[in-house]
Design a protein around this ligand. Structure first.
Ligand SMILES: C[S@@+](CC[C@H](N)C(=O)[O-])C[C@H]1O[C@@H](n2cnc3c(N)ncnc32)[C@H](O)[C@@H]1O
Length: 373
């Protein structure tokens, strides 16, 4: 069954979900206990919003997503203030990274062929240290079933426990808890946690960490370098413009700003930031560190951390090193145009590259990434 057909089935039985069972609450409490920063949560397949009250009691600002309009209408009545999205998790784009993602008895309705991509998407949608809790079928291998036991036709699929654990690990998550909570029934729930980016998340000698206000002076000096500006075809920012730009970037939750460390030395910065409804990436590596593959590794790490796609990068066509770094990671040139001069940029021929696929190459080994700027 397709998600749309599953939605049509839930539309028929939505009223039954108004009974406020507390099943899953204890499991959710167990997951919440692992969350260090209780900021934002996403309830995937939120249904009538049964779990959302519990999440708000813990202080989460919770978004909900559901493919069934009737289920979602009940959730809207209950939580008029919540951001509730109508959509199919297979295609829905997460608006930002979340501290907690709950997918209780929901993603098991996703077609088997989409299960791995959806699980990977949820892991990539976690902030560093964020927690995912979801339920699935506890088989040893992939399985899918369709029946009409609850009335309208219903479909369930699972990757099976071994494969689900591999997908979680490949997407940078660690399993914290796995339980057959209805044993001998095959219902399993899993709690997984995204690794902290200030931890051992490295690519060769390169590591990313959050940009701190104490980095700004060094960053200001880096962006004054004439050769770097010639290469990137940029005008350096004045001190005033630089301070204003970074004050905004550091306070905007939609911006991911990371310091790039090479062998623990601060060598540059890499960011993802919204411009006109698109998510852009950009980086700046201090000139003495060019040609060592640092930008490539930093981009690899950023693409693991930032779930949003597509991502856009604008690069002067003369900046061959950056074009190579971006293309190596799956960015594709979608257009080339003459960008007019602005205060920040001299006029130049500019390539607009877009990354549309979900993740960076499954390659953690910095050695195999060729050098770029
Ligand atoms: C068994 S109910 C669980 C609802 C809620 N999580 C709870 O525990 O009360 C499953 C929910 O997942 C939603 N769902 C199923 N497939 C979905 C998909 N592909 N995308 C988003 N929601 C989906 C259904 O519409 C339904 O509301």
């Amino acid at each position: 069954m397709t998600p749309e057909q599953v939605a049509a089935s839930y539309d028929q039985i939505a009223d039954r979900w108004l009974d406020l069972s507390t099943y899953g609450f204890a499991q959710l409490e167990r997951a919440v206990a692992f969350v260090k920063h209780k900021g934002t949560a996403l309830d995937v397949g939120c249904g009538t919003g049964r779990l959302m009250g519990l999440l708000s009691k813990h202080g989460f600002r919770t978004d909900g997503l559901d493919v069934s309009p009737a289920m979602l209408a009940h959730a809207r009545n209950r939580f008029p203030e919540a951001r509730l999205f109508h959509g199919n998790i297979c295609r829905w784009r997460l608006p930002h990274a979340y501290d907690l993602i709950v997918a209780w008895d929901s993603v098991w309705h996703v077609p088997l062929s989409d299960q791995e991509a959806v699980l990977t998407k949820l892991c990539r949608g976690l902030a560093a240290g964020g927690v995912l809790v979801f339920s699935t079928g506890g088989t040893d291998g992939p399985d899918e079933r369709q029946n009409s036991l609850t009335g309208p036709p219903m479909y369930h699929a699972t990757l099976g426990v071994p494969k689900a654990l591999r997908v979680l690990a490949d997407a940078g998550c660690v399993c914290r808890h796995l339980e057959y909570d209805q044993y001998p029934e095959g219902h399993v729930y899993i709690i997984a946690q995204k690794r902290e980016y200030d931890g051992p998340q490295t690519c060769g000698p390169v590591r990313l960490r959050a940009v701190h206000p104490g980095d700004l002076l060094r960053m200001f000096e880096m962006q004054l370098d004439p050769d770097s500006n010639r290469m990137a075809v940029t005008n350096p920012r004045t001190a005033e413009a630089f301070v204003a730009h970074w004050a905004k970037a550091l306070s905007d939750p939609a911006c991911t700003t990371r310091a790039v460390l090479g062998d623990e030395v601060f060598v540059g910065y890499i960011c993802c930031f919204p411009i006109g409804g698109e998510d852009h990436v950009g980086y700046w590596i201090d000139k003495p560190y060019w040609g060592k593959g640092i930008a490539s590794r930093a981009l690899h790490l950023l693409l693991r951390e930032v779930a949003r796609r597509p991502l856009v990068a604008s690069v002067a066509t003369g900046n061959g090193a950056s074009l190579r770094v971006l293309q190596k990671h799956g960015f594709v040139i979608e257009r080339v145009h003459l960008a007019p001069a602005t205060e920040r940029y001299p006029e130049c021929e500019e390539a607009v590259l877009v990354l549309r696929h979900p993740g960076p190459p499954d390659n953690d080994n910095g050695e195999t990434i060729t050098a770029g700027q």
